[in-house]
Design a protein around this ligand. Structure first.
Ligand SMILES: Cc1ncc(COP(=O)(O)O)c(C=O)c1O
Length: 395
């Protein structure tokens, strides 16, 4: 069996690998607290689920829809984006996709010729690097000189004449940092000057805490917006990871290319999911705010507990998304483990707490913990991690 050479460089999703092991342990009866997951623990709000059920029952979900999505969904997304950012796209600039994950893959497929580069700031979501490779491109990791946000200087150090795009994820998975308007403007102008497309992954834009300010790339100058493709979806804001609806909002040429790609690659996202997404974008947004408040309370509860663990160092409290990303180098050293990966494996085996090693996000001294879990579980997990570090300390 011949497998394409490009696959040899592509790693399976590390977060899904941890989740699989955790699920196996759970099935075997282990007392597991899974903080590796990248999804809300809430179920989809009823009004959204009911819209899908109605579309199944009345038969409208039985059929193919236009590949780029139902016209009503593309209109609903355009309205939703306009309400959130003040920038209005035409519905034909919107393409609905099978999750934001395929939106990103489709963009890379649309813009990359063999060997073209994409700037990916570290830490970065696990799939960016692998998707770029799958699309025949070259991931160009960008390290920040300070903290988790990259600057124009950091980008200048990596950019080449083959660079086509920059992925900017704010609020960021895994660190939870949010770029300020000023930081985005500097980066946006730099990208325009270099003719580099900005892929603005704003999937966590509703999950912002403790009064932090969030600016969308679409709130900047038109020259920047016209050089940007927005990626988002319903997964995180509406507790809809299983429904698989994402979207891009883009300049017309890119939206058309994307529509061609989805028409051959996936066809339309499941029709029932699209009806649910219309309800999500057009319905009462109270449930989004309720879930946001729950995440905020969890962050405020668990952050100080984790910060108090010996050898866990944070670069400030996260402002968004639902992850914590401490540097655990000192804890790994003090507990005598060879690497963060070994520390993470022993933590799961000994205490049942699952987290993701930072290597998956390009930063091996870190771990990612999701706080999309109930408060009791989070407090218990922090207790177990603390005992684990303390018990193995000064090994
Ligand atoms: C930063 C980021 N972008 C995109 C996605 C993809 O989301 P989905 O495919 O569920 O819409 C995720 C999911 O974890 C993510 O964390």
């Amino acid at each position: 069996m011949h497998i394409a050479k490009k696959l040899a460089q592509v790693n399976p999703s590390a977060t899904l690998a941890v989740s699989q092991k955790t699920a196996q342990m759970k099935a075997a009866g282990a007392d597991v607290i899974d903080l590796s997951v990248g999804q809300p623990d809430f179920t989809t709000p009823d009004d959204i689920a009911n819209a899908a059920i109605a579309s199944i029952k009345d038969g409208s979900a039985s059929f193919y829809t236009p590949a780029a999505g139902l016209p009503a969904l593309r209109r609903a997304i355009a309205d939703h984006v306009a309400k959130k950012t003040g920038y209005r796209y035409e519905p034909n600039q919107i393409v609905a996709t099978d999750g934001a994950k395929f939106a990103l893959y489709g963009i890379f497929t649309a813009i990359l010729d063999e060997g073209d580069g994409v700037l990916i700031p570290l830490p970065g979501w696990v799939s960016y690097v692998e998707q770029v490779r799958l699309a025949g491109g070259v991931p160009q990791a960008v390290k920040s000189q300070k903290g988790f946000k990259v600057t124009v200087d950091d980008l200048d150090a990596v950019v080449t004449s083959k660079t086509r795009a920059l992925v900017l994820n704010s609020p960021q998975n895994p660190s939870g940092v949010i770029y300020t308007k000023q930081e985005l403007t500097l980066i946006g102008n730099w990208a325009v000057r270099h003719n580099i497309l900005i892929i603005a992954d704003e999937i966590y834009s509703d999950l912002v805490y403790n009064g932090a300010n969030y600016t969308s790339m679409l709130q900047l100058d038109h020259s920047i917006v016209e050089n940007t493709v927005l990626v988002s979806g319903v997964s995180k804001s509406y507790a809809m990871t299983g429904w698989r609806v994402g979207f891009i909002a883009a300049p017309k040429k890119l939206a058309q290319a994307m529509a061609t790609i989805v028409s051959h690659a996936t066809g339309n996202p499941a029709a029932a999911s699209q009806y649910a997404a219309i309800a999500a974008f057009t319905g009462d947004q109270a449930s989004v705010e309720k879930m946001r408040q729950a995440f905020e309370e969890r962050l405020n509860t668990v952050y100080p507990l984790l910060k108090a663990i010996p050898g866990f160092e944070f670069d400030g409290k996260p402002d968004g998304a639902f992850y914590l990303f401490p540097n655990v180098r000192a804890a790994v050293k003090a507990t005598g483990f060879e690497s963060t990966d070994k520390f993470v494996t022993a933590l799961l085996d000994d205490t049942g707490v699952a987290v993701v090693p930072g290597r998956a996000f390009g930063m091996p001294d870190y771990i990612r913990l999701s706080y999309a879990k109930g408060l009791d579980d989070l407090v218990e997990a922090a207790k177990r991690i603390n005992s684990f570090v303390t018990a193995n300390g000064n090994a």
